[in-house]
Design a protein around this ligand. Structure first.
Ligand code: AMP
Ligand code: MG
Length: 486
């Protein structure tokens, strides 16, 4: 941010700045984390700490990551926002999260440091402001897996237990997650600003977000339109990346869509096993609003809510503003399709472009859906040999022949094709049963070794030489359900 105050380094490598707190007062409220009884470090992300310029000794300081102690220079606040939850508009805000401030990494990049589960705020309503250990470790595992897969995501620096019990359907060990994000500005933050009907505050938020995440848009003659288009572009790419690895977010409410283009708010998310666009894991998503195949459509729906919020900045004449917004929104689909098709070509080792590629890809997906083929392993297995080893089903053999003749029309030899495919088709994703196994060992037996083993495998998802068949197998039962991370 160009207008940031000079930074003073503080112990342990923290370099705090607080640009968000300079937004109009409606966007945030000062609040301190509530101390917990007995903070204990459960897991600390040394590699991430290092990349942030933070000292490894922080691992010893559970009190800091529980919110019992504040790093010198931190200025805790809760962010106000709104959101459409399952299409219903609500005023929300950080009900159980507290932003300590922004840390400036040695790279010069600015990161939000947020404690999640750190006690009540004025936005908590009936909630306790707390989080349970299982869901916080789950966010840690999945966000770190997403990072290793090369997908923009918030990350996890530490999880501590609180020594307190949180009450959900039953009593559970309480925990606090330290989340690192490019920012926590959400589509819902803009909806909040728009709902308050104060154009200067909306404009301040837009200017701030544009400067922080899309500084190139400032040079445009129509900066807010350029900003909207850039957000659409980044989301189109992000959702294509999700689709290409079978990631299902589970709760794509507008408050869970970040303007930075990072994946955020891991609740009932999971990776698809058998390919089926209707796949839903969230126990509360009864109508499949956030099913795998719906994600591009929902992203566009959420972006329409962002565009609506931005209308007063797009043009003084509302009808004209709507026209401008609609035109921008219509670009989502072609942008998404572009990234999806390019990604699918890579998954199938296609270096060149032919008109029939979408049909070739479509036939494979149809066959996968009909035969309930595992999404990850089908592409993994296709990457390893040019022979038709997956099935003796005539439909598959026919497809395989078409694919092989397509490959023969490009100059690259098979070993090059195979390498390219292996770089785009993960061999390892966080298999639901492996995640549950790691969480059970950690929460019920205090045994973190299972989670560490899982994290080690997931840190190299494209390393097909890792010999861990048990981490690559789906569990045959197709009825996996996750429960919202509260
Ligand atoms: P989420 O479903 O995690 O995206 O949260 C939706 C909203 O509910 C956000 O405003 C959260 O801050 C709030 N929330 C979730 N869990 C709690 C809790 N245990 N206490 C207070 N607020 C919560
Ligand atoms: Mg959320």
């Amino acid at each position: 941010m160009p207008d940031s105050t000079p930074l003073s380094p503080s112990p342990a490598g923290w370099r705090w700045d607080h640009s968000y707190s300079k937004l109009p007062a409606a966007f945030h409220t000062r609040v301190d984390p509530t101390s917990v009884r007995e903070p204990k470090m459960v897991i600390f992300n040394e590699a991430l700490a290092k990349s942030l310029g933070l000292e490894a000794e922080l691992r010893e300081n559970a009190a800091l990551f529980a919110g019992n102690e504040l790093a010198p220079g931190a200025q805790p606040l809760a962010q106000a926002y709104a959101g459409h939850q399952y299409a219903n508009f609500t005023m929300l805000g950080d009900g159980r999260a507290i932003l300590l401030g922004e840390h400036i990494a040695p790279s010069g990049e600015r990161f939000d440091i947020q404690l999640k589960g750190s006690g009540p705020t004025q936005f908590s309503r009936r909630g306790d402001g707390r989080a349970a250990l299982g869901p916080m470790l789950r966010e840690y595992i999945i966000s770190e897996a997403m990072h290793a897969l090369g997908i923009p995501t918030t990350r996890s620096l530490a999880v501590v237990t609180t020594g307190e019990t949180v009450y959900r359907e039953r009593g559970l060990p309480g925990a606090v997650l330290t989340r690192i994000a490019a920012s926590h500005i959400r589509v819902g933050t803009f909806e909040y600003a728009a709902a308050r009907n104060e154009k200067p505050a909306l404009q301040a938020l837009a200017d701030y977000t544009l400067q922080r995440h899309y500084p190139e848009a400032a040079n445009s003659e129509t900066p807010y339109l350029a900003f909207l288009e850039a957000v659409i572009e980044r989301q189109a790419k992000l959702i294509a990346q999700w689709q290409l690895i079978g990631f299902i977010h589970g709760v794509m409410n507008t408050d869970n869509m970040a303007l930075s283009g990072e994946t955020i708010d891991y609740g009932p998310c999971a990776f698809m096993d058998a390919f089926d666009p209707r796949t839903v894991f969230s126990s509360i998503d009864r109508h499949g609003r956030y099913a795998y195949g719906q994600q591009p459509h929902i992203a566009q729906w959420n972006l329409a809510r962002l565009a609506e919020a931005l209308l007063p900045l797009l043009h003084d004449d509302e009808a004209k503003a709507i026209e401008i917004a609609n035109e921008a929104l219509h670009s989502f689909e072609p942008r998404f399709k572009h990234y999806w098709l390019a990604g699918m070509r890579s998954k199938l080792g296609l270096f060149t472009e032919e008109n029939y590629d979408p049909a070739l890809i479509g036939s494979l997906l149809d066959w996968m859906q009909q035969t309930k083929a595992d999404f990850t392993n089908t592409f993994r297995d296709l990457s390893s040999t040019s022979s038709a080893t997956l099935s003796d089903d005539p439909a598959y053999l026919d497809w395989h022949q078409r694919w092989q003749s397509r490959l023969s029309r490009q100059p690259q030899p098979w070993n090059e094709v195979s390498e390219h495919m292996q770089r785009h088709n993960p061999a390892f994703i966080p298999r639901n049963h492996k995640v549950e196994e790691a969480l059970a060992a950690a929460s019920e037996k205090n045994d973190l070794s299972v989670m560490h083993q899982l994290l080690a495998v997931l840190a190299r998802p494209y390393d097909h030489s890792q010999d861990h068949p048990e981490y690559a197998q789906p569990l045959s039962s197709g009825s996996y359900r996750t429960f919202c991370g509260t």
